[in-house]
Design a protein around this ligand. Structure first.
Ligand code: ADP
Ligand code: MG
Ligand code: MG
Length: 254
């Protein structure tokens, strides 16, 4: 069974009838990493936000099935508890909440949804420290408020740590690579690669091919003007980098 099955998805932003997504279809099987590449304004963030159930969008047609369930019928927090994780292009700061506390609360919410008991404090500490070590997150960052005063690279590390801790089934990364230097890019990629399992699926959204040198996708989709104009294997990303988006968008403009 597909992990994520998007069929002919149409969406607008709220209070506007202009279509942003104009019939997106894609299917992610467990274990697969799909990349979505596209120019600015193509609808990439709209797609990720609609998957995550963020407010401000209206689905006007089509369907999304996640692990056999009607995803669009679920509230955003239900989706998160069911294992849908969205890493943001612009991570939010949460003053007054230590990163460790935030992680524990989020993990317990996910466990509760699965009918599991709260994690023991000691087990949580062990799990967090092991993940932090693996991802190069220093201990003092775990004590600091979520994202407050973090550098760009630290925010990304914190986000990958969060993703690792929550053990999602579906990871959506919306331009998580934007503004990263090459070292931070590798941290994100290593973290994401460490999370690749036969059960998990990933949707990696990016404007540039660079990230895909490190996170090698199974399938690449080109999103332009609210439509997937081409899908292919990883070589499509290289073709895009060489030719630019124009070659793909012009062909479908008519
Ligand atoms: P991308 O992430 O590919 O750059 P977006 O999904 O952010 O694209 O935006 C797709 C299109 O939808 C753009 O034309 C953008 O201007 C428009 N759009 C996105 N959000 C809003 C909004 N809240 N109000 C009006 N238009 C929006
Ligand atoms: Mg954009
Ligand atoms: Mg975007």
């Amino acid at each position: 069974m597909a992990l994520l099955d998007i069929k002919d998805l149409h969406a607008t932003v709220e209070d506007d009838t202009k279509a942003i997504l104009k019939g997106i279809s894609l299917t992610i099987k467990p274990g697969e990493v799909h990349a979505v590449m596209g120019p600015n304004g193509a609808g990439k963030s709209t797609l990720s936000n609609v998957i995550a159930g963020r407010p401000g969008y209206t689905v006007t047609g089509g369907s999304i099935t996640y692990d056999g369930q009607d995803l669009l019928a679920m509230e955003a927090d239900e989706r998160a508890r069911a294992g849908v994780f969205l890493a943001f292009q612009y991570p939010v700061e949460i003053p007054g909440v230590a990163t460790a506390t935030f992680l524990k609360t989020a993990l317990n919410a996910r466990r509760k949804a699965n009918g599991e008991p709260e994690i023991e404090a000691l087990d949580f500490m062990k799990m967090m420290k092991a993940n932090a070590k693996r991802l190069g997150v220093p201990d003092d960052m775990l004590k600091r408020p979520v994202n407050v005063g973090f550098s760009g690279g630290e925010k990304k590390r914190a986000e990958v740590l969060q993703m690792a801790m929550l053990e999602p089934r579906l990871c959506v990364l919306d331009e998580t690579d934007s503004g990263l230097d090459i070292d931070a890019l590798k941290v994100v990629a290593d973290g994401v690669n460490a999370l690749r399992t036969p059960e998990r699926g990933m949707l990696v959204i990016t404007h540039y091919q660079r990230l895909l040198n490190y996170i090698v996708p199974d399938v690449v989709h080109v999103l332009a003007g609210g439509r997937i104009v081409k899908s292919g294997d990883r070589t499509l990303a290289e073709e895009l980098e060489a030719k630019g988006y124009g070659a793909f968008t012009e062909a479908t403009a008519a």
